[in-house]
Design a protein around this ligand. Structure first.
Ligand code: TRP
Length: 455
């Protein structure tokens, strides 16, 4: 879209459902289907899940509403929003923190999405048939360690992401999400049915739902918090940016509740689809980033129609990743566009090239660059850890303080009530969570997680 100087002509979403679909499209992605099961497996199962759910409700939901309202009230990108609402203050640096997080997240996100593309190809070639669980394991390991293929696949994914972002919000982002999300849910449901009827499924369900809180570690709790942010697309301005495309009739509270519910349901469904199978096929629940890619092909092998299901599953996983990756890239593009007065196209191209370059290092860090580590983490895990467990919670902390204390209850209520009536009591709870619960909980979990204090 071309800009005339001085005239504010911004993109916007076309319909109410479009708003929910785009925000849910951002939230639902690899975080739900790839990362959630894998870290739940690493941190011990049900206890992790319950802590995660607690964070979603008490911290995630109020911060999601906060981001949406900051975005709509300012009508700006993640950095510009704070400049507009709090002129000549340091709040705008929250926006910069977010831009940095966007770079890091998308750099490893594109790599995982690339693996998913490879699994579409393998599905089409019937490449999982007749393979034992061990062979499926080494199939995955060989892929991610290879110095070329995952790099190409990541680049393909990033080009796709850039192409959609160039087309812009309404045509690119909204249309795409509306049709495909429901199909993904259908496939997940079918997988759940198959998984829970596998012999030995109960042990998986027990692992996922029967908590043993003695298994919780400080690191696990911090990861649950970080993942609440990651999965809901919070803490770096994605939903500020999307909020800025939402018109005044939208009921932001309802949007936030719907998006949070959809995201959480899909994560739990993924867990139900995966853990029974993990136990049925004797896979180690804590096997790490490969968990989904190793486990599900075993299930497809045994499912009637498994050939088609596996193609569709990885196709839709890739699409779910795309509707999320465009929302991450959009944060950077909106920032470049509005703060450096670039046009959408060059802004997108520059951002895509920079992020893809970082992504090449992420990809290679699973193979040839594996020996190079910082704090015991390779580059891929480092980008993931710093963004999800540090930058997003810190971003969220400042967003909560900004809306709870700086903007103040009156402006906040006014913004929320634009789109319809909301019970007073709910507004009070919202402000209370933002002022006290979220900041204190984030600060404690963060300091405990990185070892500054010990609970
Ligand atoms: N929430 C997405 C997922 O679960 C990823 C994502 C999109 C994201 N935008 C974000 C993560 C902003 C953190 C911040 O896959």
């Amino acid at each position: 879209m071309s800009h005339k100087p001085g005239i504010k002509l911004r993109d916007s979403f076309g319909s109410k459902f479009g708003v929910v679909a785009a925000a849910a499209g951002s939230a639902v992605g690899l975080g739900n289907i790839w990362k959630f099961p894998y870290i739940t497996g690493v941190y011990g199962g049900a206890a992790f899940l319950f802590v995660y759910l607690g964070f979603i409700l008490a911290i995630g939901l109020p911060i999601m509403l906060s981001e949406l309202l900051i975005g709509r009230r300012s009508g700006r990108n993640a950095f510009g929003a704070f400049k507009k609402l709090a002129p000549k203050s340091a709040w705008k640096y929250i926006g910069l923190l977010g831009i940095a997080a966007a770079f890091m997240i998308l750099s490893f996100y594109g790599v995982v999405a690339g693996w998913s593309i490879q699994y579409i190809i393998l599905s089409i070639q019937d490449g999982f048939a007749t393979k034992s669980p061990e062979q499926l394991n080494s199939l995955f390991t060989m892929l991610i360690e290879s110095p070329q293929k995952p790099v190409y696949l990541q680049l393909i994914f990033m080009v796709l992401t850039g192409a959609i972002v160039i087309v812009g919000v309404k045509k690119g982002i909204e249309k795409f999400t509306k049709i495909l999300m429901p199909i993904l849910v259908f496939i997940l449901l079918a997988l759940c049915v198959k998984a829970i009827t596998l012999p030995g499924a109960e042990r998986g369900l027990e692992f996922l739902f029967k908590p043993d809180f003695s298994k919780l570690t400080s690191e696990g709790i911090l990861s649950a918090l970080g993942h609440a942010f990651f999965s809901l697309s919070l803490g770096m301005g994605t939903l500020i940016t999307y909020g800025s495309y939402i018109n005044r009739e939208n009921n932001l509270l309802r949007t936030a509740v719907q998006v949070t519910a959809a995201d959480t349901i899909i994560a739990i469904l993924s867990g139900i689809a995966i853990f029974p199978a993990v136990f049925a096929f004797g896979i180690e629940p804590s096997s790490g980033p490969g968990l989904v890619f190793i486990t599900l092909p075993n299930v497809f092998q045994q499912m009637p129609g498994g050939y088609i299901f596996s193609i569709l599953f990885f196709l839709l996983l890739t699409v779910a990743a795309l509707t999320s990756s465009i929302s991450i890239l959009e944060v950077v593009v909106a920032y470049f566009k509005e703060e450096f007065r670039l046009k959408r196209k060059p802004a997108t191209i520059v951002a895509t090239i920079l992020i893809s370059t970082l992504g090449i290092f992420c990809s290679l860090s699973m193979g040839v660059l594996e020996p190079y580590k910082l704090f015991g983490l390779n580059f891929f895990d480092l980008m993931d850890w710093i963004s999800a467990n540090m930058l997003l919670p810190l971003g969220g902390l400042f967003i909560a303080l900004f809306v709870g204390w700086f903007l103040g209850a009156k402006k906040v209520y006014h913004e929320i009530l634009k789109g319809g009536s909301v019970k007073r009591g709910l507004l009070y709870i919202f402000i209370f969570l933002l002022r006290f619960i979220a900041p204190i909980a984030i600060a404690i979990v963060f300091m405990d997680g990185i070892g500054l204090i010990s609970l």
